[in-house]
Design a protein around this ligand. Sequence first.
Ligand code: N01
Length: 546
Amino acid sequence: MTNAPRDLPSASAGDVTELDALVIGAGFAGLYQLLCLRDRLGLKVKALEAGGGVGGTWYWNRYPGARCDSESHVYWYTFSPELMREWEWSERYPGQAEIMRYLNFAADKFDLKRDIQFNTRVTSAHYDEAANRWRVRTEQGETYVVKFLVTAVGCLSTANVPNFPGLNDFKGDWYHTGEWPHEGVDFTGKRVGMIGTGSTGIQAAPVIAAQAKHLTVFQRTANYSVPARNVPLKPEFKQYVKRHAEDIRVTTHETLNGMGFRIEDRKAVETSAEEREKIYEAAWERGGLQFRATFQDMLVDKAANDTAANFIKRKIRTIVKDPRTAALLSDIDHPYAAKRPPIDTDYFETYNRPNVTLVDVKTAPIQAITPAGVRTAEAEYPLDIIVFATGFDAMTGPMLRMDIRGRDGLALKDVWETGPRNYLGLQIAGFPNLFTITGPGSPSVLCNMPVAIEQHADWITNCIDYMRTKGMERIEAKPDSVEKWVAEVNEVANRTLLPQAKHSWYLGANIPGKPSVFMPYAGGMVRYREICQEVAARGYEGFDLS
Ligand code: N01
C-alpha cells in the first residue's frame, strides 16, 4: 500500500469539505473501497457511516442467533494474503460478534478508521454539472464536495416495520431485528411475539424460545430451511484454510455464486428417485447452502425443484410432532431457493417445545397491534415483547432514502419509479461519477457478498485510475447501455425459477407499493465478472467518458 495522504480533519455543521471521493458506508464494502481509493490511488477520500462503528449490516443486525450463511473460510476479504494469514475464524459459520471483531481487526490493520466519520447519516447528494462535483449533505448539516461518490450502503439496511395500526399504543417493548439494541434484550419470563419467518426469524426463534416464557411466531408465508450444522472449527481445518487461502480464493472466483463449493453437474430429473433421496439425505446431513448445489437443474426446472422441495417438506413433517403445526410449516407456496434459502439451527425442532406456538397469519392476517399485544382476524395474543423479523426495503431502499439527484436535478426516486435502472449495477444514466456497490443489477445478494464487494470495489478503483491516466473527469452510463442491461437482468432472471416466489424481497414484493421487478443479476458471478472485465478492456464500453 502506498500514497496514504495526511489525516483529514473531521467536519462539523456548516463546514464544507472538498475531497476527491466520498464513500457512503463502512461495512464490508465501504471499508474496502476506502482502502482502495486512499491507499492504492492516493486520493483524498473519506467514508461517512451512519452507525457508531464499522460493520454495516453486522453493526445493526445484533438479534439473537445472527450468523452468516456463507461458511467462514469464504466470508472474508481476499485482497491481502497477510490479512488471510493473520485472521482465524472459530466456527463453520461466523456469528455476528465474530464478524464485527473481524471487520474491526481489518479496519485497524489498515488504519481505516481515521478516515471514517461515524454517526453520520447522508441525507442528500446532488450533482453540480457546471463544477462536475457531487454536493453531499449529512444529517448534521455538513457538506462534502467531491468528484467521485461511491455508495456502499448495503442491500439490506433499510428496516421494514409494517404499518400495523396501533403500534404506538403497544404497552410492551418492540424491536426490529435489523435495528437491535446494542445492550441486547432480556426475554426471561416474557411472552414474546415474533412476526416473520425469513432467514432472520428462522435464526432468532430457537434462541428466543430458549429464554422466553413463551414465544408466539406469526407466520404469513411458510419457508424452507436446511440445517446449517454449525460447529467449532477443528485446528486441522484452520491450518488447511491458512495453507490453501489462495486456492480457496480462486475457487470463489470460479463458482456461480462466489461460494467455496461447485454446483454438481448432474440433473435431478435424470437421477433415479432412490439415488436422489440418498443425495438429498447426505446434503441434509452436511448442512448449509450446499443443499442448493446438489443438482444443476434445481433452479431452472420446476420438476427438478419439486424433488428438493418435497424432500424438505417431508423433513419438516418428520421433525415437527404436532400435525397441525407441521402442516402449516410445510405448506410452502414457492419453489425451493426461489426466495433466499435460510439455513438454521434447530428451527423446526423449536416448534416441539411446549413454550412455542405457531400462528398462521396468512388465513387470519394481523389486523392491529393493541396495547396488550397482536390482534389477528381470529384472536388477540397478549405479549410483553414484539420482535419484527419483517425484513428490509431491500436493494433500492438504502439508495432511495437519500435524496440523490443527478444532472438537471433529476431525482433517483423518479428514475427508479418503476424499478431500478442502471448499467452493470454500477452506474445510473444521468448520475455521472456516482458508483454503486452491490446494488440492483449486479449479482450482490445472490452471491457470497465479500466476493461481489471486492469485484465491484476493484472495478471502480481501476476505472477511476484509468480516468486519471487518460486525463478524464467524468464517466456516465449511456442511456442505451442501461436499456440493454435492464433487459439482460430481466432475461437472465426469467430463465430461472427465482421470479416465481411472488412474496420475495428479490422482487420488492414485501414492501407495499414497491414496483415488482427482479432486482439482482441472476446470470452468476463468473459471467458477470467477465462482462465487467470486457467492458473495461474495451475502454469502458457503454459509458460516456469525457
Ligand atoms: O427478511 P425476509 P429477513 N405481516 O424479507 C414477514 C439476509 N439474511 O430479515 O414472506 C406478516 O426474508 C414475511 O412474510 P412474507 C438474507 O439475504 C441473511 O428474514 O412476506 N408477516 C417474511 O416471513 C435474507 O433473505 C442471514 O409473507 C410479514 C418475513 O417477515 C435477508 O437478509 C440471516 C409482514 C421477512 O422475511 C432478509 O431476511 C438473516 C406482515 N405485514 C438475514 N411483513 C444469514 O446470513 C413481512 N412479513 C444467515
